[in-house]
Design a protein around this ligand. Structure first.
Ligand SMILES: CC(C)C(=O)C(=O)O
Length: 515
């Protein structure tokens, strides 16, 4: 089969096979919202929205989808899985206003014999009977050959026999599934090449599963062999390891095989988020295209390369999916990563200040704390106002706090080159620290001013692993003074703000004329 550009239909089965993911059940309104987003915004060619006769809720969902689809002119693009049960699935689909049945026939001799207890002749007669009835009722008919991958391998004569009996029936698409996700790309290519050559006038769909992680690669092989439609789901949902991810399939068919598709890629991420919310199944941060981290560069060298002629750019640019590239901050950040973040925040820092901020980012990153772009303004504010006074250094500090128990603290500090170790107690961790540090500072004729205000903030993003910023306002008699501390632990943020004030005041004391 030539790999010349041709239109490949995407049939999305998030609402049928996707709902067969363990623990996933969509409400009717959720199904309607996903169906609308798939057809109207993502513009997939066809959607499979349910299995017939499942429940009353399912009937309501399918009816609502069909009502909307008919109004929008999408009626024939909404499909429902039906069973070889004479009239019952067809009647159920008709009662929902549906137009298309995806009839589940058996694609392997083993399934036919063991599960149905039928011969090929008996089963094909049953299938044809349901097809005739569906046709009379005006439904468009597609047929699944369930377990076809094993059937083709172990009982090829059965597969050919079934095809011979069905090929003259009014079937729009023969849908060949790798039901257990056991095929390799080579096997997919060989078997579809054979099917497409044997039945050149028929339309074949490929329905992959991802048990070996090969679903997308197998889609490529099936398209190369000549199929005209492939099935996929949002976020790779589906029975067991899922189906093929629609995001992966869309970009791979376009970029790697130059196929024409109807999907609008700029909606892939939005629909992924919608399905993530409704299904309760989190998308892995490194899932291609839709994962939270996939457009984040972590190594400083990548950020540097992006600045120098887009050295790390590929076709998979974030703009294509309405996303933006970000540059992670941590121990591997370089000057370029910081610069990119500053640009995004529209902040301008001198080279000298950038160096200081970068050193702080690297040291925070070294202790494994996650730093986000939201944290950056806190770090900048903290670093830029910090003086390099070293009158007091906190060498170690451990805090014990408990519910309904006084807090205790143990500290080791260096004041003007002298080491002190002491403990303190208080109603909370910060209070206990003030008790302990007060005991040390009395040796230096220094008393901490009282607090006028104590404010803790987290960055706008609001995640619990964020840095916290503590701004303390001190009542210094003739004036109010503010100092800031930044740390992942809010008590330590307060302690760092306190150490900063002590350093400033010890410095002023040392430099005052009375000293
Ligand atoms: C139910 C059938 C069509 C299926 O999903 C499969 O065989 O993978």
């Amino acid at each position: 089969m030539s790999t010349h550009s041709r239109h490949i239909q995407l049939m999305d089965t998030t609402l049928r096979d996707g709902e067969q993911t363990q623990g996933v059940a969509f409400t009717p309104m959720e199904k309607v919202s996903i169906a609308k987003a798939l057809l109207q915004f993502l513009r997939v060619d066809r959607i499979e929205v349910a299995s017939a006769r499942v429940s009353e809720g399912e009937k309501e969902a399918v009816s609502l989808i069909n009502q909307w689809a008919r109004h929008e002119g999408f009626a024939e693009r909404v499909e429902v899985l039906g069973f070889v049960d004479h009239t019952r699935s067809v009647d159920w689909i008709k009662s929902t206003g549906g137009s298309v049945i995806n009839l589940l026939a058996k694609g392997s001799e083993k399934h036919c014999r063991e599960q149905l207890g039928k011969t090929l002749e008996q089963h094909s007669a049953d299938v044809l009977q349901t097809i005739t009835y569906a046709h009379e009722q005006g439904l468009k008919i597609n047929v699944y050959l369930e377990d076809w991958s094993n059937g083709y391998k172990d009982s090829r004569e059965y597969v050919y026999g079934l095809m011979e009996r069905l090929q003259q029936a009014p079937i729009s698409h023969f849908m060949l599934p790798d039901t257990l996700g056991v095929m390799s790309p080579d096997e997919v290519f060989a078997s579809f090449s054979d099917m497409c050559q044997r039945y050149p006038t028929l339309q074949f769909d490929f329905h992959p599963h991802n048990d070996y992680g090969l679903a997308t690669a197998n889609v490529m092989a099936a398209v190369r062999a000549g199929v005209s439609a492939v099935h996929c789901t949002v976020n790779c949902l589906g029975e067991r390891a899922g189906n093929a991810s629609i995001a992966e399939v869309a970009v791979v068919l376009r970029d790697k095989m130059a196929m024409e598709l109807s999907v609008d890629e700029s909606h892939l991420v939005r629909i992924s988020e919608m399905v993530e919310n409704f299904s309760g199944k989190r998308v892995a941060a490194n899932a291609p295209i839709v994962g939270a981290d996939v457009f984040t560069q972590t190594a400083g060298i990548h950020a540097d390369g992006d600045q120098k002629g887009g050295l790390y750019k590929t076709k998979l640019g974030p703009e294509r999916f309405s996303r933006i590239r970000s540059y992670a901050l941590g121990k591997m950040s370089g000057k370029a990563s910081l610069k990119k973040n500053l640009e995004q925040l529209e902040l301008d820092l001198s080279e000298e200040d950038q160096k200081k901020v970068l050193a702080r980012i690297v040291s925070i990153g070294d202790s494994k704390q996650t730093i986000t772009t939201d944290d950056l303004p806190f770090i900048i504010a903290d670093v830029l106002e910090s003086k390099s006074y070293q009158h007091i250094k906190l060498l170690a500090c451990s805090i014990n706090s408990g519910l309904d128990l006084p807090s205790t603290v143990s500290i080791r500090v260096d004041v003007k080159g002298e080491k002190h170790q002491t403990t303190g107690a208080g109603s909370g961790g910060f209070d206990a620290f003030i008790d302990a540090i007060g005991k040390v500072l009395q040796h230096y004729d220094y008393t901490l001013p009282t607090l006028a205000d104590f404010e803790i903030r987290i960055p706008k993003g609001g995640h619990t692993s964020a840095l916290t910023e503590c701004v303390i306002t001190w009542d210094c008699g003739t004036e109010l003074r503010k100092t800031r501390g930044v740390h992942v632990n809010q008590v330590f943020a307060g302690i760092l703000a306190t150490i900063k004030l002590i350093n400033i005041q010890l410095h002023e004391k040392a430099n005052s004329p009375q000293a």
